[in-house]
Design a binder for this molecule. Structure first.
Ligand SMILES: [Zn+2]
Length: 130
């Protein structure tokens, strides 16, 4: 089964909205990170992130104060995995009350985007930090 066909990926995918044809999701509350599925040229990713930012009511989040070049510099290509439990969940000494697992369960899916390209289950993403 491909990563994209997994139920967890599908569940995550439903949180992404198409912006200029690019699936985008804003993650986090204070330090919002924009995630696009796939690797995209920085300018196209930034345009898609701004569509999503405006849809959420945050005017020009990434290119605020005219710092367009600065915003482009905050666009990165990365590899992500989607999780429904923490890294240690399958280990014998995993705490059944693990706070990280509890946080992940509450969010229903969790994206880690600092993975190596050859990590099992990893898929390409484009990241924009606000
Ligand atoms: Zn855990």
């Amino acid at each position: 089964m491909t990563v994209e066909a997994s139920p967890l990926y599908q569940q995550m995918r439903r949180s992404f909205a198409a912006c200029h044809g690019i699936p985008v999701c804003a993650i986090g509350e204070d330090d919002v990170v924009f995630v696009a599925l796939g690797h995209h040229p920085p300018k196209q990713a930034l345009q898609a992130f701004n569509v999503e930012a405006r849809r959420l009511g945050w005017a020009d989040m990434l290119d605020a104060v005219g710092a367009h070049d600065g915003a482009l510099g905050k666009i990165e290509r990365a590899y992500a995995v989607v999780r429904d439990r923490c890294d240690e969940a399958l280990e014998d000494d995993h705490d059944p009350d693990c706070s990280e697992c509890a946080e992940i369960r509450e969010a229903s899916w969790w994206l880690d985007w600092d993975e190596a390209a050859d990590t099992p289950g990893a898929f390409p993403v484009t990241i924009g930090r606000s």
